[in-house]
Write a protein that binds this ligand. Structure first.
Ligand code: PLP
Length: 496
């Protein structure tokens, strides 16, 4: 069955999968959603025998129906290869009553690699399919993690260039070093004298500049986005939930059809939405447990039916979840409104003008699949230490938020379903917070000293991503003012 994509905000734009991937965002500002969620077309016995790539093909072919088998398999083969440090790609580790699905074995050791390693290939394939001759220029503003994962994904991918803007002085030293040492002739990393919001607004302004768009087209370029609202990032994330269930079954941990719960440390709501799509495809998932840090706008939403971003923005030790507008939630709102784009549009307009909206009681009743809770900074640190003391397994701060919420959920409900916790980053990415949680004495050590100490106490080798930056050369040193961002992009493209 062919799956088409439509906007969450109107009825008049229907596109193919490859067109949705190319466009990223619908013209009316809405997000692309499949007109129906396809069913998983494989038995558990079949899934249990598949490796990650085969599982990826089985899931993605149902969503990306205008790709040929050869096209899709090519994308998958180029994405899930030796960039990952394990052939399993996403291993499951059992610890303290749950299964940790490690999504951090890619080149930047955070779960964004799961989708950003395939997006460049989906995008270039989509360009070919739609006879786009221009070179695709990816523009991204980053507060740290997305920038590096996008750079790693697009580096040296033919037919693409990538420009990443980050706030100079606004990212961690390790994050900055990861970006400014990025190799690849088609990559360009720029620090701006401003904060993340200014970087983001600057990028949006460049995207919206019609005059520039014309100039770009004449020079043979067009912009695209690697943002997490692209359907080409969402669908690859459905894969690992299917893979995790099949692994539990293959290992004799779960019976055919027995339901599992999943816990997801959540920011932009992309990862947990992928789990919801997996459930809607027919995967036996019971509860979708949404874990937040102190920025608990989603917890409040699930508890009250009111989404309200008017609150203090809190900086936490799980920075990739420090977010007050969870963009991908719009896809869920649209669905629980009964695929009513007018209703969704009304709520999103309220969010834009008043910073809040209320859903109806009927919509709230559709949220029974979800459970929301949050972990404070102290609870996050406590659970890192507790799991380490009990098992020797070291988890990162984001994963710890999920582990803490899992404990709260279990206590509150007595639910004994098998539970998969999405483990979204390697502890090596947030070494200082992780080590401080285990013992305050580590605070006096230097960054790389801490890395070696973590390797020792956790009995894990230092990931390549960290070894690489220890002695890497700085390859990008451009810094610019916010108002010069456009000029800098044109210069990089050789346009002036
Ligand atoms: C991006 C990110 C998250 C949040 O994922 P969403 O899909 O935005 O909800 C959680 N943990 C880590 C480490 C991340 O990088």
């Amino acid at each position: 069955m062919e799956i088409l994509y439509k906007s969450t905000r109107s009825e008049n734009e229907t596109v193919t999968a490859s067109q949705a991937i190319l466009k990223g965002l619908a013209s009316d500002g809405g997000l692309f959603v499949p007109t129906s969620i396809p069913k998983l077309n494989a038995s558990i016995e079949e899934l249990a025998k598949m490796d990650y790539k085969e599982t990826a093909y089985t899931v993605m072919k149902e969503f990306f129906t205008d790709f040929t088998e050869e096209e899709l398999r090519n994308c998958i083969n180029r994405a899930y290869d030796s960039k990952f440090d394990t052939e399993e790609i996403a291993p499951l580790v059992k610890a303290e009553g749950a299964y940790y699905l490690e999504l951090f074995h890619g080149s930047t050791i955070a779960f964004k690699d799961m989708a950003l390693s395939i997006l460049p290939h989906l995008l270039t394939t989509s360009a070919k399919k739609n006879n786009v001759k221009n070179e695709i220029v990816i523009l991204t503003a980053t507060s740290g993690d997305t920038g590096k994962a996008a750079l790693a994904g697009f580096a040296d991918v033919e037919g693409t260039r990538i420009v990443v803007f980050y706030p100079k002085g606004g990212v961690s030293p390790i994050q900055e070093k990861q970006m400014v040492t990025q190799k690849g002739d088609n990559t360009f990393v720029v620090g701006i004298n401003g904060n993340f919001d200014q970087a983001q607004s600057g990028v949006k302004a460049i995207f919206g500049d019609k005059e520039l768009e014309k100039e770009m087209a004449e020079a043979g370029f067009q912009f695209s986005s690697a943002n997490s609202i692209n359907i080409g990032r969402l669908v690859p994330q459905v894969v690992y939930y299917v893979y995790a269930y099949a692994k539990l079954y293959a290992n004799g941990e779960i019976a055919d059809g027995e339901k599992m719960n999943v816990v997801v440390p959540t920011g932009n709501f992309g990862n947990i939405l992928a789990a919801y799509y997996a459930k809607n495809m027919g995967l036996p998932i019971d509860k979708l447990i949404c874990a937040s840090n102190d920025n608990k706008v989603l917890y409040d939403f699930f508890a009250t039916g009111t989404y309200d971003k008017n609150r203090e923005f809190i900086l936490t030790t799980s920075p990739s979840m420090d977010i007050l507008i969870s963009s991908n939630l719009e896809r869920l709102i649209y669905k629980i409104a009964g695929a009513d784009s007018a209703k969704n549009k009304e709520l999103m307009a309220a969010l834009a003008t008043e910073g809040k909206y209320d859903i109806t009681d009927d919509m709230k009743a559709e949220l029974n699949d979800f459970y929301g809770n949050y972990a404070t900074e102290a609870e996050t640190a406590e659970v890192i230490k507790a799991i380490y003391d009990a098992t020797g397994y070291v988890i990162d701060t984001h994963t710890a938020v999920a582990a803490s919420v899992f404990n709260k959920y279990s206590k509150e409900t007595g639910d004994t379903n098998k539970t998969v916790i999405a483990s979204t980053a390697s502890p090596f990415k947030f070494t200082r917070s992780v080590m401080n949680a285990i013992d305050a004495k580590y605070d006096s050590m230097g960054d790389f000293e801490l890395v070696d100490e973590l390797s020792k106490i956790g009995n894990v080798t230092v990931p390549n991503a960290i070894e690489e930056i220890r002695n890497a050369n700085i390859l990008h040193d451009t810094v610019c003012e916010v108002e010069d961002m456009q000029k800098v992009v044109k210069k990089f493209l050789g346009m002036n």
